[in-house]
Each structure stands twice: as C-alpha cells, then as structure tokens.
Design a protein around this ligand. Sequence first.
Ligand code: SIN
Length: 195
Amino acid sequence: MLLDTTALNQQRNFFDGHTDIWLFGYGSLIWKADFEYLERRPAYITGWARRFWQGSHDHRGTLEAPGRVATLIRDQGALCHGMAYRITPDVLAPLDVREKNGYLREKVPLTFQGEREKRPEGRTQTEGLIYLATADNPAFLGDAPLKDIAYQIAHAHGPSGSNKAYLLNLAQALRELETEDAHVFAIEEQLYRYQ
Ligand code: SIN
C-alpha cells in the first residue's frame, strides 16, 4: 500500500496565521507552476542535494512501472537552486494532493538569488516550505547506477505524461536559471541513448 500524505500534510501547519508563504520548488514545481502565486523569485537552499530517488506511481509512472522524480537528500555543503513562489495558504490544499505520493511539508531557510543586487533594501533570506520525500516513505527508491535511473526514466509513463519530459523540462528550467546540477545533467545525457 502506498502512503497518501494528503491528510498528514494538513496537520503540518508550520505557517499557521501567515497571510502568505514562500514555497520553494526544486523539481516539477520549478517548471510546472499550475497554481496561483503572488510573485516568484529564483532562490536556493543549502545542505540539500536534488536526486531522482523518489518513485512516482501517480504522475510519471504507474504502480506496476513507477517513474523516478526529484527529492532532496541531506548533503552538507551542497546547494540546491530552484524557484520560490509567494503563495496564499489556500494554495497548499491542491499542492498536498499533487505531492501526495510520499512528500511531506517541511520548513527550510531559503535564500533569494541576486536579491542583494536587485533590491538592496530587501531581505535575502526567509523561512520557506518544501515538499520533501524522505527515505522512509514507501515510494522511495533510493540510489542506483545512473544508467539504470536513466533507463527507468526513459521508459516510464503516467497520468501526467512521460517521465522523460519531467527530467528534460527540469534540466531546461535549471539552464534558464543559469544553474548547474551534475546529477540532473548526467541523467539527461544518458537519456539521449534512448531517442
Ligand atoms: C518540487 O518540485 O519541489 C517537489 C517535487 C516535484 O513535485 O517534482
């Protein structure tokens, strides 16, 4: 049985009483912002590395043939770039449903990129919210040789589309953010073998 985290997340009210919340997206939330937001800014979080270690049975794969999607792994010294969105709290309910396959709301410090240059008076850091799939959730797949990760991604499809499109869209979005991610770009390179 897979874990549906929707109800659990509704108890995780780290920003109770706030009129707006900064959501940090590091996976599909970077390139598929199908929710209302007040503003968005490139940002990063430290101590976390993006990895395609989370199984997707509901979006980019099926129960029989799960895909692989992004989660974050603790890695001291690592920096993970993404997109921060300022949202109103009502946006969280549909996001909980979208991220229900093992992701839990977590609170993290985030840093806005280029903020100092653009808005010298503005804050560069704030507390943000991420959806995190940790190793103890039943959909977690963990590490594997890159060629196996790429093979799985190349062949998985689910209700939201192909797993390959997820990875290629993310790689493209990271380029647009002018950031490097060796893990994502290495999988992207392997994927060209399956075209
Ligand atoms: C995220 O994008 O921040 C979470 C993982 C995903 O939905 O791809």
